[in-house]
Design a protein around this ligand. Structure first.
Ligand SMILES: Cc1cc2nc3c(=O)[nH]c(=O)nc-3n(C[C@H](O)[C@H](O)[C@H](O)COP(=O)(O)OP(=O)(O)OC[C@H]3O[C@@H](n4cnc5c(N)ncnc54)[C@H](O)[C@@H]3O)c2cc1C
Length: 653
């Protein structure tokens, strides 16, 4: 390790309030090759001298861990589930995008790049998105080689379907279980490394904090969720692959365990948080049924390939759908957006559903639902064909609602689904803390203000299989990393802080459950920071969240102790973080005085109710820096410049 050039590289350097994203010079299409050619390397026989911690075993974490261990690094993987293969990625239904152009319908890396930039409402980095489109094809090859059973045409070629915001078919899928099959592929790769001794999985561990030494990420502190023991782990690099923060809203399509804790604790150690207000609200979810519901269910966007969205033309029409003739139906997406019809992006479809329901045309006993109707598709293609494409989704819908969607239209309504914001990373996926890399949904990198369907799996696997294996090596090769073990005093400092926090939670001994605080936070977030936001509501949300946080720390009740399996305690730690993070989300939304993608400020809309961006003042990434528990965070900006694409008003008409 002594023969390398140790040039002083810092990640996420802040210069006059602006962040250095380390985007390579040169033409867009050559940037990634250029970057790779200039990255420093670690020779194969030296790789085994380096420890790498990967927190998270979803698609981003499992793919990164398998790839790094395959390269020869010593990898430790952490997840809070009982098995790495239960990460939330397993829930992904509809598919994964790639610019293979198998259907020969005009797709290309450039077109995938363009659709993604436009879909994100011109609020993402050109260079990152272009790289994503470039490596998308490699992902499919990698997964096929692992045996992922993608759907195929009768001739053997992989099949494709269409997702929102695209006029080509580029989505690869395994029926409605794409995430599960992809995760099994990545997990198999990881377990191969576990068997070979290069990787070790620590399940039922929750990362509680990051340990930095000399300003560089050198390890983590986590809690063994079964024994309650607080553990330290040291490494030369830490990869955070801990997913999104949609559960800030309490009700979402995310798995119940999804949380912001790991990212939030890194933020408090110096990692900037980018664009926290960019939340995706998915148009097709099973509507909320009652006050005690704790989870919402997604009906995959793929269903809109064949399902038609409509509401009655007459306000408060109480007739059952079968008695409403075609001429009395408003296929409002087809009417408003003829070029894309039912396949408009999620932000557009969600807002359109809200507009119809707010105007009195919604269905359901609550008036907060629209129909997703397969009648025509079944007439044209036959029930068997529809069953072969979406059988498990129809089955799931029937199990939950007790209605047969082959016979009556599904009822759907928008719900929180994904978060585009996340920890700020540069082109290397490195955060503002050197040595801390952030992958998958946990970073902010590629989707701007709105993610297109089937692009999250693509991004997570691009980060894990094809980006970080290169860039981590550069970090290791170009920095002087002293030998550090968990005996370093900083580990004890952080461990004690984590233990103190647990003790503090347990000592409140109040009379209100963790869940009820979470539900109250969710109501504030949904009402004031949901599909429509305005300045007064956001200010109110910040005040309400602060008050709720205070109440939490004086009235929360956590049964049991900290020295054994205690899910209430786990949840309390996560809710405490949501209660801090929610305020940052609202603050970011308040400061972004424009509408873009999923961030819709009522003050900034066109006469037709479409989002109105303000490129002059807001064509930038907002990255927040923690200043201490009682101080307001500082907002830094990374300007977004578009060299290849002209920023235009987004239209799907
Ligand atoms: C219902 C549903 C369907 C979806 N369908 C699609 C789709 O068809 N196509 C698509 O592209 N996208 C889809 N998405 C989005 C996509 O599934 C996610 O964005 C993606 O899987 C996230 O992957 P990840 O690896 O970043 O995180 P995750 O899969 O969420 O994994 C997070 C990992 O981090 C671990 N973790 C978290 N916090 C801690 C902590 N503090 N300590 C230790 N470990 C921790 C967890 O244990 C887990 O292993 C869907 C999302 C949902 C909710």
């Amino acid at each position: 390790m002594s023969d390398v050039d140790r040039s002083p590289i810092t990640s996420g350097e802040v210069n006059q309030g602006r962040l250095n994203s380390r985007i390579p010079d040169g033409p867009l299409a050559e940037k990634w090759d250029r970057c790779k050619n200039e990255l420093k390397l670690i020779s194969p026989n030296n790789k085994r001298k380096y420890d790498i911690i990967v927190v998270g075993s979803g698609l981003a974490g499992a793919s990164a861990a398998a790839s790094l261990a395959e390269l020869g690094y010593r990898v430790k993987v952490f997840c809070f589930q009982d098995s790495a293969r239960r990460a939330h990625s397993i829930a992904a239904q509809g598919g994964i995008n790639a610019a293979k152009n198998y259907p020969n319908d005009g797709d290309s890396a450039y077109r995938l790049f363009y659709d993604t930039i436009k879909g994100g409402d011109f609020r993402s980095r050109e260079a990152n998105v272009y790289r994503l489109a470039q490596v998308s094809s490699n992902i499919i090859d990698q997964c096929v080689a692992q045996g992922v059973p993608f759907a195929r045409e009768y001739g053997g070629l992989l099949a494709n379907r269409t997702f929102g915001g695209a006029q080509v078919s580029r989505t690869f899928y395994c029926r409605g279980q794409t995430g599960q099959q992809l995760l099994l592929g990545a997990y198999s790769g990881l377990m191969r490394q576990v068997a070979g001794g290069n990787a070790k999985v620590y399940s039922r561990r929750e990362m509680l904090d990051l340990v930095t030494i000399d300003g560089v990420a050198r390890g983590i502190v986590c809690r063994d969720l079964v024994t309650g023991e607080i553990e330290s782990h040291a490494a030369h690099a830490v990869l955070l692959c801990t997913g999104g923060y949609g559960n800030t809203y309490y009700l979402s399509t995310n798995a119940k365990g999804c949380n912001v804790t790991a990212a939030w604790r890194c933020y408090k150690r110096g990692a900037f948080f980018a664009n926290p207000c960019y939340t995706q609200i998915h148009p097709t979810c099973i509507p909320v049924k009652g006050d005690y519901q704790s989870k919402l269910t997604l009906m995959s966007e793929s269903l809109r390939n064949d399902g038609r969205v409509w509401v009655p033309k007459k306000e408060h029409d109480l007739r059952p759908p079968s008695e409403i003739p075609d001429e009395d139906r408003d296929y409002y997406l087809e009417r408003r957006y003829p070029a894309f019809g039912n396949m408009v992006p999620r932000d557009v479809a969600s807002r359109a559903a809200k507009e119809r329901c707010d105007s009195g045309f919604g269905v359901n006993e609550t008036g907060k639902a629209v129909y997703l109707d397969f009648k025509r598709a079944i007439q044209e293609q036959g029930e068997e064909k529809i069953r072969s494409k979406y059988g498990n989704l129809f089955h799931m819908y029937e199990k939950i609602t007790d209605e047969n969607p082959y016979q009556v239209p599904m009822r759907i309504y928008p719900a929180v689904h994904y978060t585009m914001g996340g920890l700020w990373v540069d082109y290397h996926l490195e955060s503002t803390i050197p040595g801390l890399f952030v992958l998958g949904e946990a970073n902010f990198s590629d989707h701007g203000a709105n993610r297109l369907g089937a692009s999250a799996l693509m991004q997570g696997l691009a980060d894990g299989y094809f980006v970080v294996p290169y860039t981590v090596g550069h970090h290791l090769a170009s920095r002087e990393l002293k030998a550090v073990t968990t005996a370093h005093p900083q580990f004890d400092v952080v461990k004690n802080e984590a233990q103190d926090r647990i003790n503090r939670l347990l000592s409140v001994n109040g009379n209100r459950s963790v869940q009820s605080f979470h539900r109250s936070l969710g109501e504030i977030m949904w009402n004031q920071c949901g599909m429509a936001r305005n300045a007064a509501g956001l200010q109110l949300a910040m005040d309400q969240i602060r008050a709720l946080r205070e109440e939490f720390w004086s009235h929360v009740h956590i049964p049991g102790s900290g020295i054994d399996f205690n899910q209430q305690l786990e949840q309390a730690g996560r809710v405490a973080d949501f209660l801090e993070f929610g305020e940052l989300l609202a603050r970011d939304a308040l400061m972004r005085e424009e509408s873009c993608g999923g961030h819709f400020r009522e003050e900034h809309q066109t006469a037709e109710g479409e989002a109105r961006r303000d490129d002059e003042h807001f064509a930038h990434v907002a990255a927040w820096e923690f200043q201490g528990p009682d101080a307001a965070p500082v907002r830094h900006v990374e300007p977004l410049s578009f060299e290849t694409i002209h920023m235009s008003t987004r239209s799907y008409k």
